[in-house]
Design a protein around this ligand. Structure first.
Ligand code: AMP
Ligand code: MG
Length: 403
């Protein structure tokens, strides 16, 4: 059995060989995709000096408090005016400013007599006020959005402003899921006798969808070796990038997955990691013509497969695409934690923010059963407890991976 760190090193080194491809995507379709190019602005932003307020454009002079109105400029309707110290142009937000303008007085700060405006008592003008300077947000040819950004709605405006109706994004990885187990029935059935609903299929497909990757649903297969082998072979020879299986990776009599992987030519890189939950994980690679399929045999227990996906699949896909996701926080333990083994634990917990102490706190959930995904559904983090740590006292700080 290898350590968590060793497992990460191995997966990282292997996934580095994954040949990523890119596509031109229409702007809106790029939402939640990973940007594969730096987005450079082809213009200065803003492209001209403009007003940040509805008001009056003036050429600032310390003593002057009255100005004669000589015209108006609205957004998109520039007209040339020559400003002196004593005249002004009415300007609307976004309007291009006259060349000599050095300040904009907001409408609210003047008494407006139509042909003359006068500064209200006690209002002070600062030179440069309410002027958005050409290029102050970004200069032409500078980077607006960096390559490897996971695009969310907040980036779309910047891309649109830079004139990008198409952007280059990484192709979504195709990730297939096959779940094994004689005890499993699909979710539209009422399980009877010794059957249970096979929830892993949906849980993993959801995790893949959440990452905006392409899920491939390979469904259920019973614990018949030849059936499993047939389905896994077909999957490995298809155009997928990653194959996930669940169940059948432990030491039970009907746990065929490791044997099948080996038989089909999967190069096993490790089997079993010193973590809880998720220990029986098996990881390997399969050469399919000129391409490698990365294979994760996840445990059957629903919490184990969920946690393994977050730790070993999601984390490494993000690493491959250099996505810097801030997904962990430090929080103070509400109650002490004890463990009796030397595994690295990822305990389901609930963290929150304490505004009195300005710190995060975290509470371990009572049920840590790797079969209890209903309980895990109430958690919002995984509390990380290292291999050598046996207990963590109340009030001590722990790392929490947000889920
Ligand atoms: P296994 O890894 O196949 O030994 O399965 C470990 C435990 O997880 C057993 O209690 C299985 O019944 C359960 N299990 C396996 N696959 C699923 C699944 N898809 N959904 C829910 N539970 C599962
Ligand atoms: Mg099984």
């Amino acid at each position: 059995m290898i350590s968590f760190d060793e497992a990460n090193k191995i997966i990282s080194a292997e996934l580095n060989n994954l040949k990523t491809k890119t596509t031109e995507s229409k702007l809106l379709e790029s939402l939640n995709c990973i940007l594969a190019e730096d987005i450079i602005s082809d213009i200065n932003l803003p492209p001209f000096n403009s007003s940040a307020m509805d008001g009056f454009a003036i050429k600032y002079s310390k003593e002057i408090t009255k100005w004669e109105m000589i015209g108006e400029i609205s957004a998109g309707n520039y007209k040339s005016f020559k400003l002196s110290n004593t005249n002004t142009v009415r300007i609307m937000t976004g309007g291009k400013l006259p060349d000599d303008c050095t300040a904009v007085i907001p409408v609210e700060d003047v008494i407006d007599n139509g042909s003359l405006i006068e500064l209200k008592n006690s209002v002070l003008i600062k030179p440069g006020q309410n002027i958005r300077k050409l290029g102050e947000d970004l200069k032409q040819d500078q980077v607006a959005v960096q390559k490897n950004t996971l695009l969310s709605s907040k980036h779309i405006s910047a891309l649109a402003t830079c004139g990008k109706n198409k952007v280059k994004v990484y192709d979504k990885l195709k990730i297939a899921v096959l779940v094994t187990g004689d005890e499993l029935v699909d979710i539209d059935k009422i399980p009877t006798g010794d059957k249970i609903r096979g929830s892993n299929l949906y849980s993993l497909l959801a995790l893949i969808k959440e990452m905006n990757m392409t899920p491939v649903n390979l469904g259920f297969v019973s614990d018949i070796k030849s059936e499993q082998e047939r389905k896994i072979k077909t999957a490995l020879e298809s155009d997928i990038n990653i194959l996930l299986t669940t169940g059948g990776v432990s030491v039970g009599k009907f746990d065929y997955i490791p044997e099948i992987f080996k038989k089909l030519g999967v190069q096993i890189k490790f089997h079993k990691v010193n973590v809880k939950p998720g220990k029986p994980l098996i990881f390997g690679t399969f050469k399919n013509k000129d391409k490698v399929v990365f294979v994760f045999g996840l445990p059957g227990n629903p919490v184990s497969s969920f946690v393994d996906f977050i730790l070993f699949v999601k984390a490494h896909i993000y690493k491959l695409f250099k996505i810097d996701e801030q997904n962990s926080i430090k929080a103070d333990l509400s109650e002490s934690i004890k463990k009796v083994d030397n595994k690295k634990h990822f305990m389901r917990g609930i963290y929150g923010y304490n505004s009195d102490s300005s710190k995060y706190f975290v509470e371990k959930l009572v049920s840590q059963s790797s079969g209890n995904m209903v309980g895990a559904g109430r958690a919002n983090c995984l509390i990380v407890v290292d291999e050598t740590t046996r207990s963590v006292a109340k009030g001590e700080e722990v790392e929490c991976i947000m889920i």
